[in-house]
Design a protein around this ligand. Sequence first.
Ligand SMILES: *[C@@H]1O[C@H](CO)[C@@H](O)[C@H](O)[C@H]1NC(C)=O
Ligand SMILES: *[C@@H]1O[C@H](CO)[C@@H](O)[C@H](O)[C@H]1NC(C)=O
Ligand SMILES: *[C@@H]1O[C@H](CO)[C@@H](O)[C@H](O)[C@H]1NC(C)=O
Ligand SMILES: *[C@@H]1O[C@H](CO)[C@@H](O)[C@H](O)[C@H]1NC(C)=O
Ligand SMILES: *[C@@H]1O[C@H](CO)[C@@H](O)[C@H](O)[C@H]1NC(C)=O
Ligand SMILES: *[C@@H]1O[C@H](CO)[C@@H](O)[C@H](O)[C@H]1NC(C)=O
Length: 449
Amino acid sequence: MDPVHFKFVMVWLLLNYLILSHITKAHRVDVNTTLSAESNITTEKELVANLLSEYGDTSVRPVKDHLQPVEVFFRMLLFELITLDETHQMVTVRSNMRLQWTDEYLQWDPDENGGIYNITLKTNQVWRPDVVLDEDLDRDFISIPEADTFVIVQYTGAMDWLFPAITTSACKMNIQYFPFDTQQCVLTFYPWTLDESKMRFFAKNDEDALQARYVRNGIWSMTDFKPENFSFRYICCPYPNDHIRYTLTFDREYGFFLSNIIVPAIFLTSLMLVGFWLHPDSGEKVAFTVTNLLALILFQQLVSDSMPPIGEPRSIIVTCFFMLVVVSGCSVFFSVLVLRMYHHDATSIPPRLAIKMLMPWISKGKNKNYMRKFYSSSLPNITDIVFMNGKTEVNKSSSKADDDQEMDDRNVYLWKQTALAFDSFCGTILSLCMLGTLLYALISFLMGI
Ligand SMILES: *[C@@H]1O[C@H](CO)[C@@H](O)[C@H](O)[C@H]1NC(C)=O
Ligand SMILES: *[C@@H]1O[C@H](CO)[C@@H](O)[C@H](O)[C@H]1NC(C)=O
Ligand SMILES: *[C@@H]1O[C@H](CO)[C@@H](O)[C@H](O)[C@H]1NC(C)=O
Ligand SMILES: *[C@@H]1O[C@H](CO)[C@@H](O)[C@H](O)[C@H]1NC(C)=O
Ligand SMILES: *[C@@H]1O[C@H](CO)[C@@H](O)[C@H](O)[C@H]1NC(C)=O
Ligand SMILES: *[C@@H]1O[C@H](CO)[C@@H](O)[C@H](O)[C@H]1NC(C)=O
């Protein structure tokens, strides 16, 4: 080996040594800082990393004694009623949920951990109760991504999970007393899998749980919203499950319906009654009653739009509108009949039976006497009875042509009298029907209140 070669090898070895020693040194420094960090935590990040590294599987209940149930407290604050859908029988509410429990694997001493008393964790990093809403029509609200909010963890292991939720749930409506009705919706929350031996589930009853945060809705005012603990055993399972039932009670603000449907309908009804006073000569009788009928049908549609298709029990107001529409339809029918009689040709006289039945409705005075006299004689005797219409006074000494004219006039007069009598007869009957309907509504509503 020549000296040049030797030198070169030496230099190479020296270099190698220097590099290696430097690396080891650096490595040792690294180990030193990590170790000190582990033993002396100062930041929240370090604390969380430390806690989670020991946490393990998030599907295991956070109790060290596996025979103990984990106690979960729940509260729901109702913020807003978004919709209460009568036709589909469902209710959508926006609320603030709060779940609280204790995780025995997330406890630390704040004095030894940089004075940190609480941290926040993502819900998927820790165990969380699998609470579901029984009446939910949408989806299981616990698993919605929006609910993936932070959990506040205190050094004692107390978990506090607050999240907003918009839930759509089934709600059986009772529209019998619409629009003076009160609706009750029940929201039942319970743990999906864990029974009483694994998890207790209670409603909170403190100040926080009972604060009023409801935003007034235009149509519904909330009168009651209270939780209730109860437990229920399903046949599948040996232990009962804890449930929390919230009963939501809403009163309808009837002012809108009163001024937009009820009062106009009563007004229309009275107009219909007035319609029978219209003299057939005015020529407006049928037009008037038909307009009334159409307006009533319009209101009926407005009401039935906010009703479930199968009312059970039947809504009073729907029954009322049905009866009013029937009465109104009858009034159109009868108006046509009255006009037909009123303008009957003079070839015949009204049937005796009809006159007999309508006698109480024939206007009092001369007309009544005349009609009575006319129909009480077995054969009409024109010579005996002076035609009372006032225009023509007929004498038995009249000519034959005059006799015919007089007979026509008499027949026309008889038909007109019969038509008027029939009109007032129908008016009386239909008015009674309408009053009966209104009375029925009034009594039903009063009995319900
Ligand atoms: C860490 O390094 C310091 C010097 O930087 C030293 O005093 C201390 O003893 C080392 N600790 C450990 C555990 O190696
Ligand atoms: C590290 O821990 C020791 C006790 O173990 C403590 O005296 C010291 O103040 C801690 N350092 C910091 C920065 O918290
Ligand atoms: C979190 O801890 C701080 C003190 O570090 C305390 O002031 C605060 O109230 C705690 N927050 C909760 C939600 O407990
Ligand atoms: C439900 O039960 C818990 C625990 O017994 C109790 O603290 C809470 O007040 C109860 N809630 C209601 C609404 O009764
Ligand atoms: C008709 O009137 C005449 C004269 O008043 C009377 O003689 C006759 O009996 C009357 N006929 C009937 C059917 O009443
Ligand atoms: C009816 O006839 C009588 C006589 O028979 C006569 O005196 C009277 O004026 C007549 N009346 C009319 C309205 O023509």
